[in-house]
Design a protein around this ligand. Structure first.
Ligand code: C2G
Length: 130
């Protein structure tokens, strides 16, 4: 069995999120997703996501291609999560290209092109100004 792991905030869930999860799932037999904690977002981005981590986990868990979801407590724990979940592949969008190459000793590292013209930030802006 080939296990794929991916990470993200998945806030204001959109088609870019659907596509990366589907592409990641297609690389193996089991997809594990680390959803970033509210506290991690506040630390790194200075603001809480629109949806709470419980809501974001509920949404990601509802995807047919997702087998297991956990809370990503820290960006520095990727290696531990890869080992804990027995991941054979780490898949991320190419906004992270090169940033996770250090984990190539633990598993295969794959970057997918981001879906163009959709982002949580743009959606928040669009809703706020419409
Ligand atoms: N994504 C995408 N296309 C978009 C938007 C996002 O392919 N138009 C992908 C990103 O590349 C990422 C995943 O969707 O792989 C989740 O994106 P975010 O929710 O923005 O996650 P991020 O805050 O980048 O993750 O360890 C990583 C952290 O959890 C942060």
């Amino acid at each position: 069995q080939r296990t794929v792991i991916t990470f993200g905030t998945f806030d204001v869930f959109h088609v870019g999120h659907v596509r990366i999860l589907e592409r990641a799932a297609a690389l193996g037999d089991r997809l594990v997703v680390g959803v970033s904690a509210d506290a991690l977002n506040i630390r790194k981005k200075g603001r809480a996501p629109v949806f709470t981590q419980e809501e974001r986990i509920e949404i990601v868990s509802a995807m047919r291609v997702v087998d297991e979801v956990f809370v990503e407590e820290s960006l520095e724990l990727k290696g531990e999560y890869i080992t804990k979940f027995g991941a054979d592949v780490l898949a991320m969008g190419d906004d992270w290209k090169g940033r996770f190459d250090e984990f190539a000793s633990l598993c295969e590292v794959v970057y997918f092109p981001r879906t163009p013209s959709v982002s949580t930030t743009a959606l928040i802006e669009h809703i706020a100004t419409s």
